[in-house]
Design a protein around this ligand. Sequence first.
Ligand code: 21W
Length: 215
Amino acid sequence: MRFDICTLFPDMFTSYLSDSILKRARDKGLLEVHFHNIRDYSKDKHKKVDDTPYGGGAGMLMTPQPLYDCITSVKKLNSGPVIFMTPQGQKLTHTRTKRLARSNDSLILLCGRYEGIDERIRDLLVDKELSIGDYVLTGGELAAMVVVDAVSRFIPGVLGDENSAKEDSFSRRLSGKKEYPHYTKPAVFKGLEVPEVLRSGNHAKIEEWRKKHLR
Ligand code: 21W
């Protein structure tokens, strides 16, 4: 799956996407993430990308020209829908991340900054709007990273056998099941002992203990 991310802050993404599961997915060629700095498309002599709102009001808006040129240029590389990350968007859910992965070979993610974008960019280029929850972030970058992470887990081959997408804890919880308490070594930590039965090797007893402690 391919993601193209239009942002004023491409550097914010690199460390997260270059580690762990997502790094392995990119190395294996299962996941491609490309960045496009909206500022690079500004035709203003000072590379300006924001301006004051018509009608007045607090804050600045992203001006349409750099956004338009950035997105139309990216659309030549990526035929997927343009998704604008905004607090007004549809809420990202487990079901929506799954659907995004299953229905698209590629996505274009647009990260907003300041108070938002000029409405004409929505009219001309935006296909869908997504929010990641009811809280205020500084911009769309963190939200876009959440989309890449959550959606990538549904790309076949991205997760190893030990934590496959349909058996992960969140899917189990959604399908009506709960989680049991987990323990790893050491057997005693800060005076708290791992339940004896989990160290017994008796799989029937372990199963019984885990069922009893679902929450
Ligand atoms: C936050 C931009 C608030 C604009 C009218 C005028 C992307 C986000 C964002 C941000 C406002 C997401 C106002 C959950 C988020 C994002 C930055 C509006 C008030 N209204 N998901 N001014 N939360 N946030 N400011 O914040 O870009 S997805």
